[in-house]
Design a protein around this ligand. Structure first.
Ligand code: NAD
Length: 332
């Protein structure tokens, strides 16, 4: 029996986590969920968006599945998501983007993975005003941070039978920071001669992804470029309702959808559970529950392809839980 922390989250979070939990149970994976609140619901109950009980639960269980959180405005917290990534040193953010048959998107056969550094770069939040009319933000890139994310990307590529890693940078302009990232990427690439390695300047990368996404496989990038490129990739395959992610560190892992809490649909069971479900599938693979992960993913693909029991964003009229039940019905 696995013990896993479950953060239902805010807005549509409780609906999509309930749908996801039901599908995982139907796949026969024995999980005891340790439910914890965070975000807006935690402020109401505990006076803080990030209660100590939640931190202790993740410390104990090492793995969490997380619904989206509404970041309360005016509490002094920059972002609870950023705080969680820092607390557990979740340095690797993995965001796969693949096309499903039946989804209206501009491309077919996209199967990309963006691996984004999750702790450094401009997201370290070291910034200040200089007088009233200027502001400064410090971009931090370290050898250690670059090395562990590049090594993670190459190991990921090897383990998942991928053939190429592309490092994304702007070292032509930011010669120190991105220059260091690129230097380290090249050193790490030399340890993996069996994998193809290439480099793209971030602006060119964006254009290439729009024109020829099928040419790319695993992308590794510092935090800011990784953030932007992974949303671009979500757009290539049909939008945020389909985009999963994993935040992985040495000891801990938190799996969550890329999208937010869509407060306007809170409690309506209208949202698409797919992104969270695919995040849970990533979690099952992390737990080496490959068979259950494959069964769920194949059943979901069949439901999307059929297009009958899908939510509004995929052109259907099913509730989130109805879509979940359709996935369960297709599981063999
Ligand atoms: P959002 O992702 O919540 O919603 C943007 C739009 O995307 C929605 O209006 C909706 O049309 C669509 N959408 C997103 N997820 C969907 C789903 N599962 N099914 C169907 N349609 C879906 O982004 P936002 O409106 O910018 O943010 C709302 C709140 O969420 C904010 O408080 C923000 O801080 C928070 N947020 C949290 C996370 C997280 O917890 N990881 C991520 C992003 C935003």
């Amino acid at each position: 029996m696995y013990q896993i922390t479950l953060i239902p989250g805010d807005g549509i979070g409780p609906d999509i986590t309930a749908a996801t939990k039901k599908i995982i149970a139907a796949a026969g994976v024995p999980i005891e969920w340790d439910e914890q609140s965070a975000g807006e619901s935690a402020v109401a109950a505990f006076g803080t968006p990030l209660p100590e009980a939640l931190i202790q639960s993740v410390e104990k269980n090492k793995i969490a599945l997380k619904g989206p959180l509404t970041t309360p405005i005016g509490t002094g917290f920059r972002s609870i998501n950023v705080a969680l990534r820092k607390e557990f040193d979740l340095y690797a953010n993995i965001r796969p983007a693949r096309t499903f048959a039946g989804i209206r998107s501009r491309y077919e056969n996209i199967d990309l993975v963006v691996i984004r550094e999750n702790t450094e770069d401009l997201y370290a939040g070291v910034e200040h005003m200089v007088g009233d009319d200027a502001a400064e933000s410090i971009k931090i890139i370290t050898r250690k941070g670059s090395e562990r994310i590049c090594r993670f990307a190459f190991d990921y590529a090897k383990k998942n039978n991928r053939h190429k890693v592309t490092a994304v940078h702007k070292a032509n302009i930011m010669k120190c920071t991105d220059g260091l990232f690129l230097e380290v990427a090249r050193e790490v690439a030399a340890d993996y001669p069996e994998l193809e390695y290439e480099e793209r300047i971030v602006d060119n990368m964006c254009m290439q992804l729009v024109q020829k996404p099928e040419n790319y496989d695993v992308l590794v990038a510092p935090n800011l470029y990784g953030d932007i490129i992974s949303d671009l990739c979500a757009g290539l395959v049909g939008g945020l309702g389909l985009a999963p992610s994993a935040n992985i560190g040495e000891k801990y892992a938190i799996f969550e959808a890329v999208h937010g809490s869509v407060p306007k649909y809170a409690g309506l069971d209208k949202a698409n559970p797919t992104a969270l479900l695919l995040s849970a599938v990533m979690m099952l693979r992390y737990l080496e529950e490959k068979e259950a992960a494959d069964r769920i993913e194949n059943a979901l693909a069949a439901v999307i392809k059929e297009g009958k029991s899908v939510t509004y964003d995929l052109g259907g009229s099913a509730k989130g839980m109805e879509m979940a039940e359709a996935v369960i019905a297709k599981m063999v």
